[in-house]
Design a binder for this molecule. Structure first.
Ligand code: MG
Length: 390
């Protein structure tokens, strides 16, 4: 059974950080194209010590949660549970749902802290080998004032003051008992779990937290977050161009889609001119030559090959460099066949092959106004751009 579980608390309604009116609660607002909650869950799944992740969500957010996690393919992510009116009630609901899994350790984390490092998660986990509760915190560096009606009434001594972060780690049986006792005692004003543990009589051991592990609270925090995610990212751009000639046949393969036609495309592989252009754009962005170099046309093993093999290879090279593809834009140039009716299926095929979202892939088509070889219907040309983040 599960040993170490992360409990993500994401049932809040906070929309203060939203960039637009009527926008979703902040944990579902996008940061670099993915909801904040997606980033949070990924951080925990990327940490080896975590066996399972359970998220507590608001009953109104079921669909938003589905969307936020649709790309996460992990059996370690448990089905979400609904939270209550307060943070404390939401954690209670999460712990109750975890009871049957009999976890040894539980790390409770705010759904609006997407920058917690795997290292910090590991430290909290490992700290529980020696201590009953672990709290990551940072000493307060600003001088603290008590303010009433915009007038300072007192300057506080900050020397022993620390700011508490999450994930806060506990032995499951301890924190579950503490929460149950708090509920029985009708104590419902705890704002974090370390304070419940403290009230229950557990020793809470403090470890050094991380300045980047802030909680997204305001709109400015999103901008700070975008800057953090872009830190150290190297943008690379590449283009690819390919042409294949028509020959007698009954279908063409274009961007992985079979289109009935009175000709086929001539080539050593399946002659998928669209996928070849994209593949070359990626090789170009990496400075890794071109498709002919990686898959020599004279090599019999590529005869008739489905061209997604080439595209997958190019994407693998990106992944090996620790990078990802930001987007692809492809233009197909031909008089016929008509591309429009197939372009959605083509985008879907490319997105699936490259593990991208469909909105990261564009497939456009144009004619050459009857001019040149495409105008004379002798073949199809394709032009692709790829942007990589390394
Ligand atoms: Mg080609």
């Amino acid at each position: 059974m599960a040993k170490n579980v992360a409990l993500i608390v994401a049932a809040g309604r906070g929309t203060r950080a939203s960039r637009y009116e009527d926008e979703a609660p902040k944990q579902y607002v996008h940061l670099q194209g993915k909801p904040v909650l997606h980033h949070v869950i990924q951080r925990f799944l990327e940490t080896e010590q975590i066996d399972h992740v359970l998220t507590v969500i608001h009953a109104d957010d079921e669909q938003a949660y589905e969307q936020a996690t649709s790309n996460i393919d992990s059996e370690r992510l448990l089905a979400p549970v609904f939270g209550g009116a307060t943070r404390q009630q939401s954690v209670y609901a999460g712990l109750a749902a975890l009871e049957s899994h009999q976890p040894q350790k539980v790390l409770i984390h705010d759904g609006a802290r997407p920058f917690c490092s795997s290292d910090l998660i590991s430290q909290v986990c490992n700290g529980l080998n020696q201590h009953t509760a672990i709290l990551p915190a940072l000493p307060v560096s600003d001088t603290l004032k008590r303010v009433e009606h915009n007038i300072v009434s007192q300057t506080l001594d900050r020397s022993n003051l620390w700011g508490a972060q999450t994930p806060q780690g506990f032995l499951f049986s301890d924190i579950w008992s503490a929460h149950k006792k708090a509920k029985e005692s009708e104590k419902d004003d705890f704002t974090d779990d370390a304070s419940i543990a403290e009230w229950f009589g557990l020793d809470v051991h403090v470890i050094n937290a991380e300045t980047d592990n802030f909680k997204i609270t305001t709109k400015d925090d999103f901008e700070k977050g975008e800057r953090l995610l872009n830190k150290g990212v190297n943008m690379r751009i590449g283009n690819g161009f390919d042409v294949h000639e028509f020959e007698p046949g009954d279908e063409i393969i274009l961007c992985g889609i079979s289109i009935p036609f009175d000709k086929k495309l001539k080539g050593h592989s399946d002659a998928d001119v669209g996928l070849h252009a994209i593949t070359d754009a990626i090789y170009g962005a990496l400075g890794e030559g071109d498709i002919g170099q990686h898959f020599p046309p004279g090599d019999p093993q590529w005869k008739g090959a489905a061209s997604d093999v080439f595209l997958k290879h190019a994407v693998e090279l990106v992944t090996k460099r620790g990078g990802k593809v930001a987007n692809i834009d492809l233009t197909l140039i031909c008089e016929a066949p008509k591309i429009g009716p197939h372009s959605l299926a083509m985008r879907q095929f490319i997105a699936n092959t490259m593990s991208l979202e469909i909105d990261q892939v564009s497939v456009k088509a144009t004619t050459s106004e009857g001019l040149g070889f495409t105008g004379r219907r002798e073949g199809i040309a394709a032009l692709a751009s790829a942007l990589l983040l390394l």
